[in-house]
Structures are given as structure tokens and as C-alpha cells.
Design a protein around this ligand. Sequence first.
Ligand code: HEM
Length: 239
Amino acid sequence: MEPHEAAEDYSQPVLAGNAASDYERYLNTDELLALQKTADEWVHRDELLFQVTHQTSELWLKLAWTDADEAARLIEEGDLRAALRLLRRSVLCIRFVIGQLEMLEHMSPWEYQEIRKVLGHGSGFDSPGWNELRRVFPRLGQAFHAARREAGLSLAEVYTQGREHEHLYQLAEALVELDEQAQFWRLRHYQVVARVIGDKVVGTQGTPVELLGKLVSKTAFPELWEVRNELTALSKATS
Ligand code: HEM
């Protein structure tokens, strides 16, 4: 056998780094798994559940906003199909983050009070992932409306002529889906908060939980919801 034909030794890492395997080197698992408090630092063992739920939510939200941001750029460039592909992924990220909220309901509300004492003024209002998504939503909306105007369509016409403007129609619905899932997250988060700390208390940053309940009806693309009313009225007027 020629030297260059020697069987590759798969047991040895080839990537740069100090970790034992390429799996650990590529994924930075040493660093990742050191990002949670250790057992001797816990005030309660459910701190691991609490940190893992929040940290993984931040990771999915990072993918959600990064893809949504790129989708906005693609719409601005006129590539609606490529934007749709990314928006579907972004929606799925938010679904995962909604699903993960259930894990927090496996904490005892009384024992969670111990964890709460070590959170300082930490609050979800400072979640980088949600703040980035809030930044990206207006850009997405503006890009969609610019594409719709360029096609010479009112918002109602995107729906009444949806079959002739398939990609614009699908884009409008992808934005509604994104908005709906973000709204669903707020509702689910409110339910979890009410179940864990109650609905008549204030949060670690002084926000009354009742206010979270009111935020549930907030939408990022109100005009896309409003147009449904217009379509119902239009249908009634023309029948
Ligand atoms: C036991 C679990 C949780 C509790 C008790 C809780 C409690 C709260 C409270 C009370 C607020 C109002 C602000 C304040 O702190 O004064 C808030 C806001 C917020 N929380 Fe949580 N939270 C929990 C889990 C999560 C998780 C897993 C996330 C995921 C990233 C999250 C993200 C947020 C966000 C983004 C806000 C701002 C409100 C909004 O944008 O609608 N929270 N949370």
C-alpha cells in the first residue's frame, strides 16, 4: 500500500483546538457546558433546568432573528422564494422556544422562590434574542410592503389576487405566521409566569405580571391582521 493510501485514523482529531475529539472541538462543548452554574454554586438544583431552558431559548432565538434578518435582505433584493425558505425556519425556532416553556412548569412554585432570589434584576426584557427579533420585524414589514408596492398591489389585492401573485401571498402569510407564533409565545410565557410566580405580583425588574397579560395582544404586523376585516367587508359588499 502506498503511504498516501494508508487508512485514515478516525480516532484522532484533525481540527484545531485542545479538546479530545473533533466533535468537542467543532462544537466548543467544553465552553458550552461550562456556561451553567456547578452543583456547588446552586441555591437549588433546578437552577440547571432554569439556566438550560433560558440558554437554549437564546440559541434558538439567535437562529430565528439571524434567518429573519437575512430573509428581509433577500426580500429587499427581490428574491422572495429564498426569503420564504428562511422565514419558515425562523418560525420553527419560535415554535421550539414555545415548547421549551413547558419545562419551567416542572419546577415547584415554592422552591422556585429560592432561585428567584439569586436573579438580581435579571429580566426577559433584556433577552438579546427577543430584542433582536423586535428589531428585525419592522425591517421585514418594510421589505414586504416595498415588494407589494413594486408589484402595484394594495394589501387587500395581495389576498384577492393571491393566485396570480403566489410569492407575495405566501410571504404575507409567512409574516402572519411569524407574528402569530411570537404572540403565542407571549401568551404561553404569561401562563407559565402566572403558574410559577402568580398573576398579581411584580417581576424581578418591577413589571407587574398583569402587564405581561396585556402585551399578549401586541402584534408586529397589525396591518396584516387588519386586512382580514377589510376582506370580510369586501366580500359582504360584493355578494
Ligand atoms: C419561571 C420562568 C419565568 C418567569 C417566572 C418569568 C417572569 C417574567 C416576568 C415577571 C417578566 C416581566 C419583566 C420583569 O421581570 O419584571 C418577564 C418578561 C419577559 N420574559 Fe420571562 N419569565 C420566565 C421565563 C422566561 C423564558 C424561558 C424566557 C425566554 C427567553 C423569557 C423571556 C422573557 C421576555 C422576552 C420578557 C419580556 C416580555 C415580552 O417581551 O413580552 N422568560 N418574564
